[in-house]
Design a protein around this ligand. Structure first.
Ligand SMILES: NC(=O)C1=CN([C@@H]2O[C@H](COP(=O)(O)OP(=O)(O)OC[C@H]3O[C@@H](n4cnc5c(N)ncnc54)[C@H](O)[C@@H]3O)[C@@H](O)[C@H]2O)[C@@H](O)CC1
Ligand SMILES: [K+]
Length: 222
């Protein structure tokens, strides 16, 4: 199975968007729908989503929207500086605000306590905090959140990469979500292959990036 680096993935995303003309929000929506396809909606009714403020978090917001449309009980939490949200994160956050979905912005003890209550009673926790954009050790409030996720969740699904895992080396950057299932997009990231203990079952899902893009980038980056 072809395994790629985060840098190669970023280059493929960029080429698909800039050269082929697939809007990034389309890739994000495809990613969200692929995650929904991998959730047993007949059995999962109460779902806790924890989103970062990058595009991994944006995936999570789009997933939350589709879960609501499927009449699920969604507890949505966001961790990170809301002023630093990416373009696509903000598009999906704006939609949820227009749908009047309440979310909790985790900034301290009070919200961590609410998160814990949501985790202990839910059917599924979805980790959408960091993906291929993780660049340094996880610290502070992020570390507290991931620790709660690991301690109190019954069943965890990670979006693209378990948050805290280095997508290239499989190294734990301070702390990482220990997932039951990881839905990774387009091609498997090298770091996932070494870390079964953290990824759980790995499922690779296409998000609409044409084969040509993969070829061009791999030839260029050889
Ligand atoms: N258009 C695209 O590029 C697509 C991206 N997708 C999703 O977007 C993800 C990549 O998104 P981003 O590049 O925005 O990055 P992430 O969403 O992975 O990370 C968010 C931000 O967290 C910050 N960060 C990194 N390490 C941190 C740390 N230790 N503590 C605190 N903050 C930290 C960085 O500034 C980074 O931009 C992929 O993993 C995938 O889930 C998919 O939606 C497919 C389309
Ligand atoms: K993640």
């Amino acid at each position: 199975m072809l395994a790629i680096s985060c840098e190669e993935m970023k280059a493929m995303d960029f080429y698909a968007i800039e050269k082929i003309g697939i809007p990034s929000i389309v890739l994000m929506e495809n990613a969200a729908l692929r995650v929904i396809d991998n959730i047993d909606l007949d059995r999962m009714n109460s779902i806790t989503l924890i989103c970062g403020v990058g595009n991994n978090g944006g995936d999570g917001l789009a997933i939350a929207r589709h879960l609501i449309i499927n009449r699920k009980n969604v507890d949505l939490f966001i961790v990170g500086n809301l002023d630093k949200g990416t373009k696509d994160f903000n598009i999906n956050l704006n939609i949820l605000k227009n749908m009047e979905l309440k979310f909790i912005h985790i900034t301290g003890e009070k919200e961590l306590e609410i998160l814990k209550k949501s985790l202990v009673k839910n059917d599924l926790t979805i980790d959408s905090i960091f993906g291929i954009g993780l660049t340094r050790d996880v610290e502070d409030i992020y570390k507290d959140v991931i620790s709660l996720i690991n301690h109190y969740s019954n069943n965890i699904l990670s979006v693209d990469i378990p948050s805290g895992l280095d997508g290239d080396t499989g190294e734990i950057l301070g702390i990482s979500v220990k997932s039951n299932k990881t839905i990774t997009f387009h091609l498997i990231k090298k770091g996932l292959l070494e870390s079964k203990e953290y990824t759980g079952e790995i499922i690779v899902e296409p998000i609409g990036i044409p084969e040509k893009v993969t070829k061009v980038i791999l030839e260029r980056m050889e």
